[in-house]
Ligand binder design. Structure first.
Ligand code: NAP
Length: 271
């Protein structure tokens, strides 16, 4: 029986166990994926545990995505460039860190038919998740503008990964093919970091927050006629790529989406 899991703090609300276990079952693979709550000070011991117990691979979430880097033996070039690891693979003699978050973004956009080469894309936020978003948009050939409450953070991210950084107050002047919301504003609240009027200047809007699934940002974008993409698509596609790396098998993406959606909707009803 192969063992996989997610490490984070907290991790109790993670949708990853439901997603990965549904995929293992759907393909008839023997294995189990658990949720491991790892306090920041226990991270080195948890990484040693992956080696000692022969855990096949783990997903890594907040707050360990950057702090885990020094404990791994190898980083792939993408994780190094993004500066964060969301996946650890146990290759037997070594632990390798990689990052599938950016592919989650890219595949969510591709399946919606979004073409960005030479086009403008706007990113709201410059935190950890924004790094994978900006990386994906640049790889897709977009001209990226990053707007953040703390403008220096937007400028730094733009310097490191490409694009231009602006203060969030200047969002009123933005336009483009795509706008992506990556801040925590709207997470379990009915708020949006941008004024409603701006959506008429974009064709596609994506929110990476998925609690609730239809955020205020997406509702306003949809009302203005934008094509909208919810944050669960990114979560599922990054998880599907992890599953492929863990098992060597193509992931049943829609099975994973439905399993995550069931837990999410169950949680929302339970509140
Ligand atoms: P983070 O590193 O803490 O960054 C938070 C970002 O939100 C920063 O840009 C911050 O601006 C901004 N922000 C926070 N409060 C704000 C406010 N009141 N007004 C304006 N901006 C505000 O967090 P993160 O790890 O990037 O995560 C952000 C969100 O993405 C979370 O809700 C997380 O659940 C979601 N996420 C989703 C996926 C997925 O697969 N769908 C993956 C990863 C994360 P400052 O720089 O000014 O502080």
């Amino acid at each position: 029986m192969r063992v996989f899991g997610i490490i984070g703090y907290p991790v109790g609300h993670s949708l990853s166990p439901a997603m990965h276990n549904a995929a293992l079952r759907a393909l008839g693979l023997e294995g189990v994926y658990g949720a491991f709550e790892v306090h920041p000070e226990d991270l080195p011991a948890a990484v040693a545990g992956i080696r000692a117990l022969g855990i096949g691979g783990v997903s890594v979430t907040v707050p360990h995505k950057e702090t885990i880097l020094p404990y791994l033996d190898e980083l792939d070039p993408v994780a190094r460039e993004i500066g964060a690891v969301n996946t650890v693979l146990n290759l037997g003699d070594r632990l390798k860190g990689t990052n599938t978050d950016w592919l989650g973004v890219k595949r969510s956009l591709e399946e919606a038919g979004v073409e960005l080469r030479g086009r403008k894309a706007v990113v709201i936020g410059a935190g950890g998740a924004a790094r994978a978003v900006v990386y994906a948009l640049r790889r897709m050939g977009a001209e990226v503008a990053i707007y953040n409450r703390t403008p220096e953070r937007a400028r730094r991210l733009a310097r490191e990964l490409g694009g231009r950084g602006y203060p969030l107050e200047e969002i009123g002047e933005a336009s483009g093919e795509l706008i992506v919301q990556t801040t925590s504003v709207g997470l379990e609240s009915w708020e949006s970091p941008v004024p409603e009027e701006i959506f008429s200047r974009f064709r596609v809007a994506m929110d990476i927050v998925y609690r609730p699934l239809r955020t205020r940002f997406l509702s306003q974008a949809e009302a203005a006629g934008c094509r909208v993409i919810d944050g669960l698509r990114m979560l599922v596609h990054q998880g599907a790529e992890q599953f492929r790396l863990f098992t060597g098998r193509e992931a049943p993406v829609e099975t994973m989406y439905q399993a995550a959606l069931e837990v999410l909707e169950g949680g929302e009803k339970g509140r």
